[in-house]
Design a protein around this ligand. Structure first.
Ligand code: 4AD
Ligand code: MG
Length: 489
């Protein structure tokens, strides 16, 4: 190498390190912000994953998405400026850092695009990338739940999920509720349904048993039998009868073997609990709260909802607006049964026959909401035998002040009640149901010391997300669903 060429090489190296340094120090702009920008001619850096890459001789188009919005930014590449092998290796799913100039778009479908100056490939993506093909079934995507988050649909669902969680905290904060943390590990079965997952550190291959042949929990971690909670309500009542009004928002676990599009073994529940509330006000709160969440989605998730409305469910936006427009129906269980019996007498076929005292199946709930009233229904005053032990017993002695909110497409979205505040009545109900009193002493203390009328409800978070997104299966509105025989990822 002569002196001249070495100087030249040196200059070239300097040039590229300078350029590299500039790129490294330039701040990344999120796609959501780039798309809103009108700073044409400005240099920008965007980073994200390739949705599509179309090549022709004169120009390449790369659609890049970084998850900040459903929309992609279009990168326009002059193939003569980028190493041909590098450009060829960029396929759907690859991760890139792109530097370029923001320009007004010539093409349809977007208002801005980036004229590419430089591409740094962070990660190439093999041809076996499971999310490569468009239009895969939801069943297929569930098997690849770790990668499905990168698709348009799941991106939209997850952004809406975030927004709903935020709206819920906002609602309760604005209304003077305190966020109250209830335990996930518990020794009590709040709903009394016996559908709990046990928590133990015992060696299951060598279980210690007592003289009665039953497992002994004395040496177990907590010294007693414990499980994952099915509801934070009972501890929530302790909070409400001290702080006035609280809400919980946490995961709940139910070992019910329900393989339906509405049930998860691990789901998130929001449980407000309010001192001094009576049934009509509790139902008003349920309605106001759900409407606030739906309104929030319409106001803050427009792009994602538009996408879901066009791709998943063409009646979604109409249904969401319908919820805001209509007053929810208030209907006693007894009147509901009358309507269902009349429908059956007029020839409507129900899979499960209708009679007073039965637990309504989803087909009955949906008949009332979708066919009869055509709007959400808040049902109340249920037979006591089909509801939990803590609900306030009405004067008829047969019904309790339970309230379920029934929604189109979903069925039960909220379950709640006014609580029995009389120590005597509550104790006799606990005895009648053979619930072990020794596990309940702390709960009964709320009734013993300054008892007060109070009530609350539980909203199934994923059922709300189902409704707001128009998705059909609850497994598709939580990142990693837990259902019978499935705990992958
Ligand atoms: O009706 P549930 O069982 O009520 C309670 O747990 C009360 N402790 C709530 C309260 O009063 N604080 O459950 C409440 C809601 C249901 O209406 C439903 O939306 C949801 O939780 N839910 C489920 N969601 C998904 N998968 C499951 N397995 C669910 N079980 C209940
Ligand atoms: Mg319920």
């Amino acid at each position: 190498m002569n002196d001249k060429t070495s100087v030249l090489t040196c200059e070239l190296v300097n040039l590229s390190t300078r350029k590299l340094k500039k790129i490294q120090t330039m701040k990344r702009t999120k796609v959501v912000d780039v798309l809103k920008s009108t700073d044409f001619g400005k240099e920008v850096v965007v980073k994200g994953w390739v949705r599509t890459h179309r090549s022709s001789k004169a120009v390449d188009f790369i659609a890049l998405n970084d998850g900040s919005t459903i929309k992609n930014i279009q990168i326009v590449v002059d193939p003569s400026k980028i190493n041909a092998d590098t450009l060829k290796s960029i396929t759907t799913g690859a991760c890139l850092c792109v530097t370029g100039t923001l320009v007004e778009s010539q093409g349809k479908g977007q208002s801005v695009e980036i004229q590419c100056q430089d591409i740094e490939v962070y990660g190439l993506c093999g041809s076996d990338y499971p999310m490569q093909k468009k239009g895969q079934s939801f069943e297929y995507m569930r098997q690849h739940a770790h990668m499905r988050l990168r698709t348009n649909t799941f991106g939209a669902v997850m952004r809406i999920r975030h927004n709903m969680a935020f709206a819920i905290h906002q609602y309760f904060h604005e209304h003077g509720f305190f966020y109250f943390h209830t335990p996930l590990i518990t020794a009590s079965d709040a709903e009394g349904a016996g559908e709990m997952f046990q928590v133990t550190t015992q060696n299951l291959n060598d279980l210690k048993k007592g003289e009665d042949g039953k497992v002994s929990y004395e040496d177990d971690f907590f010294g007693k039998m414990t499980s994952l909670t099915v509801s934070g309500q009972l501890e929530g009542e302790l909070g409400a009868t001290a702080l006035g009004q609280i809400y919980t928002f946490g995961p709940t676990f139910r070992a019910e073997n329900s393989n339906t599009p509405r049930h998860l073994a691990e789901f998130w529940m929001i449980e407000p609990e309010i001192a001094f509330i009576a049934l009509p006000d509790l139902m008003d709160l349920e309605e106001d709260f759900i409407k606030y969440c739906v309104r929030w989605a319409l106001d803050n998730c427009k792009d994602d909802l538009d996408f879901l409305n066009s791709m998943i469910d063409k009646t979604l936006l109409e249904r969401l607006q319908g919820v805001l427009k209509n007053d929810f129906v208030r209907l006693t269980y007894t009147d509901g049964i009358k309507i269902l019996e009349e429908a059956a007498a007029n020839g409507h076929k129900f899979e499960f026959p209708v009679s007073w005292g039965m637990d309504l199946a989803s087909e009955h709930e949906r008949f009332l909401v979708e066919h009869h009233f055509k709007k959400p229904v808040i049902m109340y005053d249920y037979p006591k035998e089909i509801k939990a032990f803590y609900m306030k017993i009405n004067e008829d002695g047969k019904t309790v002040q339970g309230t379920d909110v029934l929604f189109p497409q979903i069925g039960e979205i909220i379950g709640g009640s006014v609580r029995e505040e009389s120590l005597e009545k509550l104790t006799s109900e606990i005895e009648r149901r053979h619930i072990p009193m020794k596990d309940m002493w702390w709960y009964l203390d709320t009734r013993k010391y300054g008892t007060c009328p109070h009530g609350g409800f539980g909203l199934g978070f994923e059922r709300l997300i189902l409704f707001v997104t128009g998705m059909q299966n609850i497994r598709d509105v939580i990142p990693f669903p837990r259902t019978p025989k499935n705990a992958e990822f």
